[in-house]
Design a protein around this ligand. Structure first.
Ligand code: PEP
Ligand code: MN
Length: 341
């Protein structure tokens, strides 16, 4: 349920509503808008009598949320959420008019590779740098990432370029360490339903890039986002990265439908990952164009100075030159959508 306060409701009236919610063992999530405050009521599955709140002073009305996800739903918040990657309301913002491109290697492999890629993608128009320090690999014998050392290269790249850093966190125990270096915590497809990890990134208050599980429905993705939001962290970006289908000509199938569906169902920004969605560099630019045309708020693209020598995901990685071309092409689509890159 959402409680909509009257325009000009006082702090005291809002506090009284929150106290009432909490006294009934529910949790209150207030959003203080410019015009009015709305309060989401979540926390347990018991039915709640709306009339209790409708008679309180300062309350305009209440609206039930019929979806299983509450705080992630458009019913809860009509306006698009805008997320500040530096977490201080300034700098790079995702979810507004600007389309944000995040780019960088699948894995941070060495200091030189990270710095070189960071400068190249910045030059081409990226606003954030991606790079894995902890890698979820199918085989335990594959390269697993360089851990904290890699986080240091990423942080140095941010200092040199001003790019925000996006990197994956694989376990709840890693959240404090990764948070020291990263601007955005990425939750990978394989961990989308690791609820313990979702709670941990929720408590961190850091912006989170939540990737859709390869076998997960849109509703499951939104329920995963709900875990993070329910901890009070509203800085969540949803990422469509391809789902597993019967098709074998590409690594995954980019569910382009998910973009308008998520935009309809949720106020959270939607990012598309054309690299993991296709698995082949030759398809990354065309699917990026499609993502922007479908209404995505951003892209996350794998770029490597020498894809053939990459320690992970070389086949889907673009060279810096190819990435420059991708940005030029997607910019034109963005303009057609009255947006900019
Ligand atoms: C990645 O971003 O390198 C990655 C492992 O992505 P996903 O979790 O979507 O497979
Ligand atoms: Mn990868």
């Amino acid at each position: 349920m959402v409680i909509i306060m009257k325009t000009g409701a006082t702090g005291k009236e809002i506090d009284a509503v929150v106290a009432r919610i909490e006294s009934m063992s529910f949790r209150a999530h207030a959003i203080y808008g410019e015009e009015r405050t709305i309060i989401g009521v979540v926390g347990n599955d018991r039915p709640l009598d709306r009339t209790i709140f409708e008679t309180m002073t300062g309350v305009e009305t209440t609206v039930p949320i019929l979806k299983p996800y509450k705080l992630a739903s458009r019913e809860f918040k009509k306006e698009n959420s805008i997320i500040s990657l530096f977490g201080n309301g300034t700098g790079v913002k995702v979810g507004g008019e600007d389309i944000v491109v995040i780019a960088g290697p699948c894995s941070a492999e060495n200091r030189q590779q990270v710095l070189e890629t960071a400068h190249a993608v910045k030059e081409a128009g990226a606003k954030a740098l991606r790079g894995g320090a902890y890698k979820p690999r199918t085989s335990p014998y594959s390269f697993q990432g360089y851990g904290e050392e890699a986080l240091k290269w990423l942080a140095e790249a941010r200092e040199q370029t001003g790019l925000a850093v996006v990197t994956e966190v694989m376990a709840a125990e890693q959240v404090p360490l990764v948070s020291q270096y990263a601007n955005v915590l990425q939750v990978g497809a394989r961990n989308m339903q690791n609820f313990y990890l979702l709670n941990a990134v929720g408590m961190s208050m850091k912006p989170v890039l939540l990737k859709r599980g390869m076998m997960s429905t849109v509703e499951e993705l939104l329920m995963a986002a709900e875990y993070i939001l329910s901890n009070g962290n509203y800085n969540v970006m949803l990422c469509e990265r391809g789902i597993r289908t019967f098709e074998t000509s590409t690594r995954n199938t980019l569910d382009i439908n998910a973009v308008p569906v998520l935009k309809k169902l949720s106020h959270l920004p939607v990012i598309v990952d054309p690299s993991h969605a296709t698995g082949k560099s030759e398809y990354v630019t065309s699917t990026s164009r499609a993502a922007i045309a479908a209404g995505a708020d951003g892209l996350i693209v794998e770029v490597h100075p020498d894809p053939s020598s990459a320690l992970s995901d070389g086949a889907q990685s673009l060279t810096p030159e190819q990435f420059g071309d991708l940005v030029r092409q997607t910019r034109r689509i963005a303009q057609a959508m009255d947006r900019q890159i």
